[in-house]
Design a binder for this molecule. Structure first.
Ligand SMILES: *Cc1c(COP(=O)(O)O)cnc(C)c1O
Length: 384
């Protein structure tokens, strides 16, 4: 952390993390890595994760030499099925990662109780759940530590970026030391990211999203822009430039994002209401948060009949309809065996990967666009 990034960490701590010490990083996955390292995760250890996540989230586990143990999801919440977590615990289990998928809080009472019973700490993955609460408590304040991502598609974005919050003083000290050791991103990297953020601000609207995303991926592959991911992600070996801190530009963007958070959240609630109204009577295809869970959805998941058709049509009709996760380890190109996943292991997660598309809620989606998208989806729901 530097003098320039500290104000963002402080503001984030107050506004989002219940006052816990916060540590900014280059990406959310780097924040997770720092937490795992601080916990002393090493070869031979096991980490319980949901079988419905992205490969970027599993890499830090692999970089520590640990083995991810996948637990299937509850199809109603898209989070680990708490009833299956205990069976996954072995004498080697060192961490449970509670990923609040799409912004839906995990059933934390159950997960924390299992963790306590077996002496295993719970880390909250809040990358999709900035501002969500569970029984009145903010996501990120319940586990031993938590992390957030500020990548393009998240509730608050800095282009690329991440934050760790630590709710245990001894562990916080260790993360503080690690954060101080993180390399600063190079001037070339930060300048490119600053330019990309600018481009994103002016160019990325629902009507252009598909085109802009394709262009961005192409440029990333050419090495012209800083991608949030690269093919390096499919290799569970730590890269030299992985462990980096947050830049000044990211921290500034983050502060700006937090200052608009209230508006951002109101907009999300308004569009959510619109989606729920349009999909009334179809609750079986919609998420059902656990008792006491109050999500701030990052995007709204819906089960459809023919996902590939929907995604293709959405591009040609210029609607922004998304697809997370396309595989138990998003994206679909991820080779599963190097990541210790066997097809068929998490059937509900695999079914969700086949059936679920998501509707946008971000501040640039207008009511009209939201209406168009949800009405299109309503004609193609699963099981009809
Ligand atoms: C985005 C995301 C991450 C990783 O965030 P980065 O900042 O891209 O490293 C981890 N977990 C979940 C659930 C995410 O959605």
């Amino acid at each position: 952390m530097t003098k320039q990034t500290a104000p963002y960490a402080a503001r984030f701590s107050q506004q989002i993390a219940g006052g816990a010490p916060c540590f900014p990083f280059w990406k959310g996955r780097v924040a997770l890595y720092a937490i795992l390292k601080a916990l002393g995760i090493a070869p031979g250890d096991e980490v319980v994760v949901p079988g419905y996540t992205c490969v970027m989230n599993i890499n830090p586990v692999k970089y520590c030499g640990a083995c991810p143990i996948y637990v299937d999801i509850d199809p109603k919440t898209y989070n680990v099925d708490p009833g299956r977590v205990e069976a996954a615990i072995t004498p080697r289990t060192r961490v449970i990662i509670a990923q609040h998928t799409y912004g839906i809080p995990c059933d934390m009472d159950v997960l924390l109780a299992i963790g306590k019973k077996h002496g295993v700490p719970v880390i909250e993955d809040c990358c999709l759940a900035l501002g969500s609460t569970y029984k009145g408590r903010l996501c990120g304040t319940m586990g031993v530590a938590a992390y957030w991502s500020f990548q393009w598609s998240k509730t608050v974005t800095t282009g690329i970026g991440g934050m760790a919050a630590v709710n245990d003083p001894v562990l916080a000290e260790k993360v503080r030391v690690l954060c101080a050791q993180a390399k600063n991103p190079s001037l070339r990297t930060t300048t490119l990211l600053d330019l990309q953020r600018l481009a994103h601000r002016f160019l990325l609207y629902p009507k252009t999203a598909a085109f802009a995303t394709a262009l961005f991926r192409w440029l990333t592959a050419k090495g012209v822009v800083i991608g949030s991911s690269s093919s390096q992600e499919f290799n569970p070996v730590e890269a030299l430039d992985f462990f980096m801190g947050m830049s000044v530009g990211q921290a500034r963007a983050g502060l700006r994002g937090l200052s608009f958070l209230e508006k951002n959240r109101d907009h999300r609630q308004e569009l959510l209401k619109l989606y729920e109204d349009e999909l009334k009577g179809k609750e079986a295809l919609l998420p059902q948060p656990p008792v006491g869970g109050a999500p701030v959805y990052v995007r709204y998941p819906v089960r459809v009949k023919d996902k590939q058709f929907i995604l293709k049509e959405a591009v040609s009709r210029r609607m922004e309809i998304g697809s997370w996760f396309e595989s138990p380890l998003h994206p679909h190109e991820t080779p599963l065996s190097p990541y210790n996943y066997t097809l068929g292991q998490c059937p509900e997660a695999e079914r969700a990967a086949r059936e679920v598309v998501n509707l946008p809620l971000h501040p640039r989606v207008t009511r009209t666009e939201a209406e168009r998208s949800v009405r299109f989806i309503a004609e193609h729901l699963a099981g009809e």
